[in-house]
Design a protein around this ligand. Structure first.
Ligand code: GLC
Length: 746
């Protein structure tokens, strides 16, 4: 009886106190500090503990039958893979039974859309359209937050230069400048005006850091690189995300030079917090705290917890190392209570910012969920983003765009009728969220052609496998067609997490079928769907027209039709280099010149390349065609010599010289001709996406801030060195149309 009285009076005191304190100040830090004073060590450790709900698993599962009891006891701070108003409300109500009623955070991989699915991020990055990318994340945030989700584990901002790695699909390609701008656009899109709005979603820049540089492109593998390269290429998008106000970061599975990111104090504290001033919190990737034992940096989960919390990893996703060992580590004086308090404080601050203490159910509104998940504006945005992501790789004799009044069109291949294939690897596919409302390619094309047009369908073959039994039917409809549309590529589970491939060719017998289709003499348009740059030399050399379509999401079919029939003139340009062979990897545009730079394929002793392969990639960074053509002229530079602090104004006139209105992504590259360390032969420093009606010309102005010419020296310190720079303006990293030189004076 006494115990009940004590507890009740305690609850009364705390309620009065918290109303007074929490109600009196909007200062989330004061409120977090006040709450901390009431928390036991067990409750504090609970806030650092994140579990997977049992609805879906995105990592190795730990069977844990009493999660509800732990939540009820205040021993869990967050759940992931828990979505919908109904389900999040259920779990939140259990958390509200805990002594201090600290609300749960719900996190979800909303990587490219929640119910409305957008193109995979690598595809979206090829739009180079920062505004559109931001708006697509705004839609994702609106839908997910309406479904009870507070936090997305996105954007993935890993720079990637190895297409063997399956996760290239989640990022923005190989370039740190473009990747940084896209990272910031995504963070702002997710988080909206400010956290606390019910349509705002906490973002999470991941995977910190250099996960995309895994040796051999093998997922989870080691990373070995200089501090200089880390800072110059792999960290900038994370810095951009932090500068954009990202609420959280997620550690990466890999080690960097032998130190796992999750226990890397240089990374998580020195760089992230002391140098960059990051004030949010850091969550480990799934189980990566405990995985430090496998890395061989610690001998036990106990030591793993010690290493991670002292490095600056605030929340432990799914490993249970914090839950099982942190209290003891504090009791034994190996982890200071101040370190635990600081981690807890960072998490509480976000819960206060989200308004969850005022109303733990404020993201649980069925009516808002219903409206948000059925908003036609969202599908319109998905269609816009999808057509802006499609890259035109080839278009011999202007085969494209097609006339919608063609009499017979054969539509062949494994994507034609596919539904879920359009969603890529990271779709949100849970009961109650019907993200399968996909416009198939067949539906999109059928809706666009004229009533007189007869569409003929044949599967032809699968994405993989050796079956050729569908060849006959495919060839038969091709024979009677005016044009053949042939879809090929990867199955969506061939790219993504734990999907590294040693062979990135077109799987199965798809190119074999293409060869037979081409032999019919009919014009064949090839549409390649994939999550990465693939190797498809036969197709590239023999098909007259090729569209690279990635995985386009909910509005795939409509976007494909928009481009095929010219309602949208493709404008996308590649953000990753496409190799000729897997043996050419790593290959990227911003490479050093070396002592024997190869200028062409005949340079025998001047070849930093292979004797059996061209020195050039199949398609370079920044490459993409249009149905029209563009001329570049009148390069003007306002000053050929400049000082630190100056802005060099570069102007170029771009003209649409073709017969279609279109958009051109005009790219500005520089080359530092002499540096204290070798500098890349080219570095993207600005771009502009310009719309031009046929016959129209516009002058593009680039303001090249001298600071953009700095780099990291041998000691990984930023330097800006006097000297000469090439300024190059072009339609791709290899298609330089105009160039000149400028000089930074001492
Ligand atoms: C996965 C991924 C990470 C994801 C997390 C939660 O293992 O590496 O990107 O956000 O677990 O699903």
């Amino acid at each position: 009886m006494t115990r009940i009285v004590v507890t009740l009076s305690w609850v009364l005191v705390f309620t009065l106190f918290s109303t007074q304190i929490f109600g009196q100040t909007n200062n989330v830090y004061l409120r977090a500090d006040s709450l901390l004073k009431w928390m036991t060590l067990k409750e504090k450790v609970g806030q650092l503990n994140q579990y997977n709900d049992d609805w879906d698993a995105t990592g190795p599962v730990t069977v844990d039958p009493n999660k509800a009891e732990q939540v009820q006891n205040g021993e869990v701070g967050s759940l992931l893979n828990c979505v919908t108003v109904q389900r999040t409300r259920k779990w939140q109500s259990i958390a509200m039974q805990s002594r201090l009623k600290i609300p749960l955070l719900f996190g979800q991989d909303v990587i490219h859309g929640y119910k409305t699915t957008f193109p995979i991020p690598l595809g979206e990055s090829c739009s180079w359209d920062l505004d559109a990318i931001g708006r697509s994340e705004r839609v994702a945030a609106t839908e997910a937050s309406a479904a009870g989700v507070h936090w997305t584990f996105a954007p993935m901002v890993d720079i990637t230069r190895d297409p063997r790695w399956g996760r290239v699909m989640e990022g923005s390609g190989e370039d740190p400048y473009l990747g940084s701008l896209i990272a910031a656009a995504r963070v702002k899109g997710f988080q909206g005006e400010h956290l606390g709005e019910t349509n705002a979603l906490m973002a999470c820049a991941k995977h910190f850091a250099a996960y995309g540089a895994a040796v051999g492109g093998r997922d989870y593998n080691s990373v070995d690189m200089s501090g200089r390269l880390l800072r110059e290429v792999y960290l900038p998008p994370f810095k951009a995300a932090v500068d954009a106000g990202v609420a959280t970061l997620m550690t990466s599975f890999n080690d960097i030079n032998g130190v796992p990111s999750t226990g890397n104090k240089e990374l998580l504290t020195q760089i992230l917090r002391k140098e960059w001033g990051f004030t949010g919190f850091v969550v480990s990737d799934w189980g990566s705290v405990g995985e430090m034992v496998n890395h061989g940096n610690v001998a036990s989960d106990y030591e793993a917890a010690l290493s991670a919390i002292n490095a600056g990893c605030d929340m432990d996703m799914e490993s249970r190392c914090y839950r099982n060992h942190l209290e003891k580590l504090v009791m034994e004086g190996l982890v200071s209570s101040a370190a635990v308090d600081e981690a807890v404080r960072r998490i509480l601050v976000k819960k206060f910012e989200l308004g969850l203490f005022e109303d733990p159910y404020r993201f649980c509104n069925e009516e808002r969920e219903r409206k948000a998940l059925n908003n036609p504006e969202h599908t319109a945005m998905a269609r816009e983003m999808a057509r802006k992501s499609i890259v035109l790789l080839k278009n011999e004799n202007h085969l494209l765009p097609l006339s919608p009044t063609l009499k017979n069109i054969a539509v062949i291949g494994p994507m034609v009728m596919a539904v879920n294939q359009n969603k890529g690897f990271w779709d949100v596919n849970v009961p109650g969220v019907d993200s399968n409302l996909i416009v198939t390619w067949w539906e999109g094309i059928s809706a666009r052609v004229s009533r007189e047009t007869r569409l003929h369908y044949a599967l032809g073959c699968g994405f993989d496998g050796e079956s050729r039994k569908g060849f006959g039917e495919a060839l038969a409809i091709a024979q009677q067609a005016d044009v053949v549309l042939f879809t090929m590529g990867e199955r969506r589970d061939m790219s993504g997490e734990a999907r590294s491939r040693s062979n990135i060719g077109i799987p199965g017998v798809q190119e074999e079928l293409l060869e037979l289709l081409l032999k019919t003499g009919k014009p064949v348009v090839v549409l390649i769907s994939a999550g990465r740059p693939l190797v498809f030399n036969y197709t590239a050399d023999h098909a007259p027209a090729i569209l690279y379509t990635w995985w386009l999401g909910s509005e795939a079919g409509n976007a494909i039709a928009d481009v095929l029939f010219g309602d949208y003139n493709p404008s996308a340009k590649l953000t990753m280099t496409f190799p000729r062979s897997v043996g050419q990897i790593p290959i990227y545009y911003s490479h050093f010149n070396t002592g024997r730079p190869a200028q062409n394929d005949s340079d025998r002793f001047y070849r930093s390349a292979y004797t059996d392969l061209s020195i050039h990639p199949k398609y370079e960074f920044g490459y993409g065609l249009s149905y029209t053509t563009f001329r570049y002229g009148n390069l003007e530079i306002n000053r050929k010599q400049f000082q630190k602090g100056d802005v060099v104004v570069v102007k170029v006139t771009v003209s649409n010289t073709g017969s279609f209105d279109g958009e051109e992504i005009v790219q500005l590259y520089i080359r530092d001709l002499v540096g204290s360390i070798s500098r890349p032969v080219s570095e993207l420093k600005d771009f502009a996406k310009v719309s031009l009606k046929k016959g129209e010309s516009k002058t593009i102005t680039f303001n090249l801030d001298a600071a953009k010419l700095s780099f990291f020296d041998q000691n990984a310190k930023p330097v800006l060195e006097p000297g000469h720079f090439a300024v190059m303006v072009g339609a791709s990293s290899a298609d330089i149309r105009l160039q000149d030189r400028i000089e930074l004076m001492k």
